[in-house]
Design a protein around this ligand. Sequence first.
Ligand code: FAD
Ligand code: SF4
Length: 457
Amino acid sequence: MAVRQRQHEQDPMIRRTNFDAVESNLTDEQAKLEAARCLNCKNPRCVQGCPVNINIPAFIHEVKEGNIEKAGEVIRESSLLPSVCGRVCPQERQCEGKCVLGIKSEPIAIGALERYVGDSTSLKVGEIKETGKKVAIIGSGCAGITAAADLRRAGHEVVVFEALHKLGGVLRYGIPPFRLPRKFLDKEIENLKSMGVKFVTNVVVGKSITVKQLKEDGFDAIVIGSGAGLPKMMGIPGENLNGVYSANEFLTRVNLMQANLEETATPIRVGEKVAVIGGGNVAMDAARVAVRVGFKKVYIVYRRTEAELPARLEEIRHAKEEGVVFQFLHAPKEIYNKDGYVAGMQFEIMELGEPDESGRRKPIPTGKTIDLDVDTVVVALGTGPNPTIQASMLRDDMNLTTDKKGYIVIEAETGKTSVDCIYAGGDVAPTGSSTAINAMGAGKRAAAAINAMLAQN
Ligand code: FAD
Ligand code: SF4
C-alpha cells in the first residue's frame, strides 16, 4: 500500500516568526499519487462522515484522472469553499475518520486533496435568470456567503449586510492567515461579487438599520447569519485587569487591525508570558498568534487532559512544535493585580471524574492550587450569540423565538425561524457543532428553502 502523501511544512522555528502559510499544497504529482490510493468503495463511509456529504470518491477519481476542473465542480455541488474546508475542517473526526484505509493504515488525505482542488479551480456560474425577488443576508461569514451564492444563482437580487469593514466573518477576523491565507477567501468573495451579489459593509443590523426596515424596504426573505461573536469570560477576580483579552479581541486586533505591525492604530500589549485559557481551535489560534507577535513564553491552560482537547489534532501538533507549553488539569481561580495590570494567575489543580453530558470526563477540583507567572491572559472559553439583532426584533414586536442562551431557534432542515420569511443559520442558530462546514451547510439549506418559497410566490 502506497504511503499517504504529506504537504511540505515550514520549519517550526522559522514559521513561529511569520504569518505565512504553515503548509504548502500537495504538488500535482503528490495529488495524483494520493488520489490513486483511494479504493473507490461501493459504500463510501467518508461521504457519511462529511457534514455536507461531498461526493468524495467521485472528486478523488477526477483528481486521479487529472480532471481538476471537474473535481472542483463535484466538490462545489456540496461545498462552496473547498479551499477553506480543506484547511480548517476537523477531517480526522469527519471524512478521514471514516475512511476504511484508516483501519489498517492511514486514511486518504481528503482535506489536502480538497484544498488542492479548491485552490486551483473557481466556482462556475452559468447564465443567471433574474427573478425580480430580493433577499437580504445579515453577516458575511460561512453561512451568509454560502446562502448568498445559492440565492444569487437562482436569480434573486442578493444584498449582504456586514457589521465590520471587511468581509468573511470568523474566516477573516478569527482564523489566522498562517492557517487560512487570505487570498483564497478573497477569491471566493470576488467570485460572488462577479455573480452580482452586493455587499454593504459597516452596517450593524439592529442598530444602523433594523430587520423590520429591511422587510419594509421590500426584501422578500432575510437570512440571519450573524454568528456567535460574544465572548464568554471566566467570572473570576482580576478579569477586568489590563492585560486580559478575550480571544476574539486578541485575534481580531491582529488578524483584522494588524496589531502585529509597528505602525498601527489598534496595538496589543506584548508582554513576556501569556496564559491562553481553553483547549479548542480558538485557544490554539490565540496561542500561535501570541508566539508570532513576540511573547517569550506561551501557555495553553486547560482544565481537562490532552485526550479531551477539542481542537483539531493538527493544530495541537503545530502549537507544540512552535513551542507552546500545555498545562493540563488546571482551572482558573484568580488573576493577580499589580497597579491595575495582570501580575500572575492562580489555578486550581483538577482531576478527572466520570464522563459528563458531553461524554468527556468531568474535571473535579482537588483543593490544591498553583501559581503561574504571566503578565497577559487570553480567554478562549467559547462564545455566545451577539444579542443585537434579536433585541431589536423584540423591540419591533417581531416574534423571533430564541433559546435561553439567545441562539435563534430554527427548523433544522430549512433554517426557518418563527418569523415569516426570516431564516437563520450558522453559529447564531447552531444545529450541531460550531464549525465552518456546518455553517456552510446551514447557509445552503436556508437558501434552498427560500428558493423553494420564492418559486411559489
Ligand atoms: P461568522 O463567521 O461569525 O460570521 C458572522 C458575521 O456576521 C461576522 O462577519 C459578523 O461581523 C457579522 N455580524 C454579526 N452581527 C451583525 C449585525 N448585527 N449586523 C451585520 N453583521 C453582523 N471551525 C472549523 O471548522 N475549523 C476550525 O479550525 C475553526 N477554527 C476557528 C478558530 C477561531 C479563532 C474561531 C473564532 C472559530 C473557529 N471555527 C473553526 C469555527 C468556525 O469558523 C465558525 O463556526 C464559522 O465560521 C461560523 O460561521 P458563521 O457564518 O455562522 O458566523
Ligand atoms: Fe476512498 Fe477512503 Fe472514501 Fe473509501 S472511504 S472512497 S478509500 S476516501
